[in-house]
Design a protein. Structure first.
Length: 204
């Protein structure tokens, strides 16, 4: 296991997802700029999803970003040599495979992600959580500027008024008194997004 122990809190990144047909529906290979670069805006803003899909023989390509991490550290279970591709001049590493709920997943739908990683949220830092109708907690792992290009860390505490939550769901924020660890090194992560494209992991 590699330990990317450098503090990643509030660090910027971007992703390209290459979508292919899987055995049980669409799957996407996820390429991430972390830890190679900080997703330079002058290059990211020129990426074209259609061109990327054609150049890589994919059914489609999804541009996911820019985003900012909310955990403090990431531990990644190594599963062989890292695969690096370049999209529009931006180097990215293949970090995960996602089983998509559809080609265009709706907010608050659940995707399963084979990412072989553990996220640690340090004590003393804020966390932003969805609580679903079954009482399960989903911690925001990244905030996104895909929908709101000006969304900042300072905006997250007051986000509930902007969320179109399903019936029975709520949004909460708190400051951790002890570390929170979401360990999906040996199982698929369950991941959802809100209507502003912020991403959450089911706390396991």
């Amino acid at each position: 296991m590699t330990d990317d122990s450098a503090d990643v809190f509030a660090k910027r990144y971007g992703e390209v997802l290459l979508v292919h047909a899987g055995g049980s529906g669409p799957e996407a290979a996820v390429y991430n700029t972390y830890p190679l670069n900080a997703c330079p805006a002058e290059l990211w803003d020129t990426l074209d999803a259609g061109t990327i899909a054609r150049e890589n023989g994919a059914l489609g390509a999804l541009l996911n970003g820019p985003r900012y991490w909310l955990m403090s550290s990431i531990e990644k279970a190594t599963t062989g040599p890292r695969e690096i591709r370049t999209f529009g001049g931006i180097d990215m590493i293949k970090q995960a495979t996602v089983r998509l709920s559809s080609m265009n997943p709706a907010p608050y739908s659940v995707n399963r992600v084979a990412r072989n990683a553990a996220f640690t949220f340090d004590a003393g830092r804020p966390v932003f959580e969805l609580v679903d109708a079954e009482g399960r907690r989903w911690v925001m792992q990244t905030w996104s500027q895909t929908v709101d290009k000006a969304l900042s860390l300072d905006d997250l505490a007051g986000l509930e008024s902007r969320l179109e939550l399903p019936d029975g769901w709520s949004y909460e924020t708190r400051t951790l008194t002890k570390p929170l660890r979401v360990d999906t090194t040996t199982q698929d992560a369950q991941v959802t997004q809100d209507n502003l494209a912020n991403t959450y992991s089911l706390e396991v």
